[in-house]
Write a protein that binds this ligand. Structure first.
Ligand SMILES: NC(=O)c1ccc[n+]([C@@H]2O[C@H](COP(=O)([O-])OP(=O)(O)OC[C@H]3O[C@@H](n4cnc5c(N)ncnc54)[C@H](O)[C@@H]3O)[C@@H](O)[C@H]2O)c1
Length: 352
């Protein structure tokens, strides 16, 4: 059946993202395009994923499977070493291909392993969480975590293809779905989609829309400098919230849930700075509500700790940076006064 294809146009070689119900059945063709001489595919996945009813993954060549820990625990240098050892044991060659199947943790770790094993082998991602479909698997960033922080060691390694099968999302836990919707809401807002349109869109339409935006931005800016920074909309507060929660040892806010709170705050900060009117704040709230995302700060959140984390994030204690809406679109705004941010955060928390 007709699956949607979104092209990611890169200076070197671009690739297609295939999206739709049952899109995983196109894996053979995608592997043939990505790695025409492949005789072996090594699937990197987790037990939890491999046991799902939809897990019938056929790369069309001889297949081996490497199992990694589920969730963030996959993103460790020790796991990277184990996975590369398994690649060697299976005699994976540079003509062969790695296929990742799972959430963003699996696509990040598997993409990293593919980028460094034998100085780089091809990879095809089959992201199975909504967040991985719209974000982690697109754009070529890979990483593992260190004790000192998330994603501190990684590479850029563009996949040869990406398959987003919406059927796999049927088994996704509700919180993980919200996490994906948070990143999607960010994309819709960057793209100027209004609440009525957002409310009318099916999951597949939402995913296609978000991927199309990310593909456009990544094509314009393969590495992280200009435009790509706009994808960090909502992330100044989101990252700070993740750090603050981790510091208090509370909460289990998923990344996209934090992003929903982050964009809700960012538009209020933009209003405070005179960049946008109340209408724009209402429009943001409308889109977030349309996707059933809660976007308020809990009243036990420590505002001072958030400010601390924001400063640390960009190594600039007196110079906070936000992506902010303005009259002519979105801008990366540096040098936002921490006193104003603090005050706006207090209001935001009280309004919650
Ligand atoms: N490389 C990038 O550009 C980029 C962008 C965004 C996020 N990330 C990374 O992605 C990771 C987060 O990804 P995530 O939110 O997918 O988390 P995750 O990979 O930890 O997956 C979350 C949970 O959902 C489960 N799951 C996934 N698909 C499922 C399905 N179809 N059915 C049932 N369960 C399923 C997973 O097994 C896991 O338990 C983070 O490590 C983050 O740093 C990377």
């Amino acid at each position: 059946v007709g699956h949607v294809r979104v092209r990611v146009d890169l200076s070197t070689q671009g690739y297609d993202v295939v999206i739709g119900e049952g899109a995983r059945r196109e894996l053979r063709g995608v592997v043939r395009t990505a790695a025409p001489r492949a005789q072996l595919a090594v699937i990197v996945t987790t037990h939890e994923i491999a046991h799902q009813s939809w897990f019938d993954i056929d790369p069309g060549v001889a297949t081996e499977r490497v199992i990694v820990p589920d969730g963030e625990a996959a993103k460790r240098l020790s796991v990277l070493e184990t996975v590369c050892g398994e690649f060697a044991r299976h005699q994976l060659s540079r003509a062969d291909v790695v296929v990742t199947v799972g959430g963003g943790a699996v696509t990040d770790l598997g993409g990293f392993a593919a980028s460094v094993y034998a100085r780089g082998v091809g990879v095809v991602h089959v992201p199975t969480s909504m967040l991985a479909q719209v974000d982690a698997a697109i754009g070529g960033k890979t990483a593992v975590d260190l004790a000192a922080g998330k994603n501190l060691v990684g590479t850029f390694h563009q996949p040869g293809g990406v398959i987003c099968d919406t059927e796999t999302l049927a088994t996704l836990p509700a919180r993980e779905r919200l996490s994906g919707l948070g990143e999607i809401a960010k994309c819709l807002l960057l793209d100027g989609v209004d609440a009525d349109d957002a409310a009318r869109m099916s999951d597949e339409e939402l995913i296609v829309r978000a991927i199309t935006l990310k593909a456009r931005i990544v094509a314009a800016d393969e590495r992280d400098d200009g435009q790509r920074a706009l994808l960090n909309y909502g992330h100044t507060l989101a990252h700070a919230l993740e750090v603050e929660q981790w510091g208090r040892g509370v909460g289990d806010l998923r990344h996209g849930e934090a992003v929903a709170i982050g964009v809700s705050f960012a538009v209020r900060l933009a209003r405070r700075l005179g960049r946008v009117s109340d209408d724009v704040v209402r429009a943001h709230d409308g889109v977030l509500d349309a996707l059933s995302l809660s976007h308020r700060l809990d009243d036990d959140v420590d505002v001072a700790a958030l400010l601390d984390a924001m400063g640390r994030d960009k190594k600039a204690h007196h110079n906070l940076t936000f992506v902010l809406a303005g009259s002519g679109g979105f801008d990366v705004v540096a040098g936002v006064d921490p006193v104003v941010v603090r005050d706006e955060l207090m209001r935001f928390r009280e309004a919650g």
